[in-house]
Design a protein around this ligand. Structure first.
Ligand code: ADP
Ligand code: ASP
Ligand code: MG
Length: 406
């Protein structure tokens, strides 16, 4: 008897008919004598609506209450899914995160899973029940509900697969696998049969929302066999695997983008030791992640401009945090710009081949697209550009690295 995890995203649960269809996929596994843990997202569009409701009251809301609101979508689908299974004659029980519990840290809105108590779930599985877990939620050290960040039910699925030693973790979504770029924007994107954890990690971390970054991180660390597939097509999906399992490696495996970026520039910041720490310290204290950073060499040896990016959701808080400290930091102006997008080229082949970044810069130049900020890692190059060029840039780069399907 194998133990498997099946995670269903919002589109696969968009209405009652789809919930019933998804339950059939679980039934098939139960029929093959497998123990099944189902992880559910909220119905498509629900979490966005819940986030908006919280923002309509205040954009600078209390993160603990935000979590109480936005975690409710998954409670609904967990109950519905258990009912749909029971209706098919399958014993099933729903679980909210606090009932398991899935313990997280206390960073409300983007909490990290710390430990999972698997005793209750083991009992339920041993009793022949399908376990249906509400994804995306956790229990914080303050005994309050937390959420794991957008797309977090992927992480619930992988964390449970690791904690309960599942043989496989299937992520059912609205596309039939992982592509060389977002197939909704790049029509010529190619479906990958396999991708390495490392490449998927980079793709996710620069914005490809097909899998949440922490889910990939956790799968890589625990050797969870991950598969991304469609709940509609019945086709095999994409396997996420170790690098040494891939025989032939492409130079570039994918192009990703993130619209969830905002740029902040502080002008005429004093050019002396300790200033960067003075700026980024308070942001870190407020749990605001800073992504790309550029600082120019000071022309007059006294001041310089500093530009960095945060997520759009954190922009308002970041600006408020920096304005509060304006006196200490002593910058001239703070310019915030949410009209930017980050485009990234990813591939482990970059380690051994030069010229990947150059081809990116040339391709964007040919299209007349200005690069505002650049950042690189061993297997990735990212650039920040004006939002209106996102689609043009993605398609042009996809072609430039010979990724287009014929
Ligand atoms: P779910 O609700 O099932 O979790 P998401 O919307 O979170 O689904 O993720 C699936 C979406 O990810 C797809 O609809 C697609 O638009 C997007 N996506 C972005 N990059 C990629 C990629 N490289 N391959 C496949 N899908 C991608
Ligand atoms: N429902 C949550 C979201 O929309 C979690 C998820 O879908 O993974 O972000
Ligand atoms: Mg998702």
């Amino acid at each position: 008897m194998a133990r498997i995890v099946q995670k269903f995203g919002g589109t696969s649960l968009a209405d009652i008919e789809r919930v019933k269809d998804a339950a059939q996929l679980v039934k098939r596994e139960v029929g093959a004598d497998n123990q099944v843990l189902v992880i559910v997202s909220a119905m498509a569009g629900i979490t966005d609506r819940l986030v908006n409701h919280a923002s309509e009251i205040s954009t600078l809301h209390d993160a603990r209450e935000y979590d109480v609101v936005v975690s409710t979508g998954e409670q609904l689908t967990a109950g519905l899914f258990a009912l749909a299974l029971q209706n098919l004659g399958i014993a099933a029980r729903s679980w909210l995160a606090w009932q398991i519990p899935i313990h997280t840290d206390g960073v409300h809105g983007k909490a990290r899973i710390e430990t999972i108590d698997s005793v209750g779930l083991e009992h339920s599985l041993a009793a022949g029940e399908v376990v249906v877990v509400a994804g995306f939620q956790g229990l914080g050290p303050d005994n309050r509900v937390t959420t794991l960040g957008r797309g977090g039910s992927d992480t619930t699925a992988v964390a449970l697969a690791a904690a309960l030693d599942a043989e496989r973790c299937d992520i059912f979504t609205d596309v039939d696998g992982i592509y060389t770029s977002d197939p909704r924007i790049v029509e010529k994107a190619r479906k990958l049969e396999k991708i390495t954890y490392e490449e998927m990690l980079e793709m996710a971390s620069v914005g490809a929302k097909i899998l949440q970054t922490r889910a990939v991180e956790m799968a890589m660390k625990n050797g969870v066999r991950l598969q991304v597939l469609s709940s509609f097509s019945g086709e095999p999906g994409t396997l996420v695997i170790d690098e040494d399992e891939i025989v032939e490696q492409e130079l570039v495996s994918g192009i990703a983008y993130s619209r969830d970026e905002a740029k902040i520039t502080l002008t005429q910041v004093a050019d002396r030791p300790g200033v960067a720490a003075g700026i980024f310290g308070p942001l870190a204290d407020a749990s605001i992640n800073v992504d790309m950073i550029v600082q120019n060499v000071s022309a007059d040896q006294k001041t310089t401009d500093l530009t960095f990016t945060v997520t759009k959701a954190d922009l308002e808080r970041a600006v408020a945090t920096l304005e509060e400290r304006r006196g200490d930091l002593g910058y001239a102006d703070l310019v915030a710009d949410a009209g930017v997008v980050k485009v990234s080229v990813i591939g482990v082949g970059m380690r051994s081949h030069a010229g990947v970044a150059l081809r990116m810069f040339q391709t964007l130049a040919e299209k007349g697209i200005n690069i505002q900020v650049i950042s690189t890692s061993e297997i990735k190059v990212s650039v920040l550009i004006a939002e209106e060029y996102a689609e043009l840039a993605l398609r042009a780069l996809h072609g430039a690295y010979d990724l287009d399907v014929d």
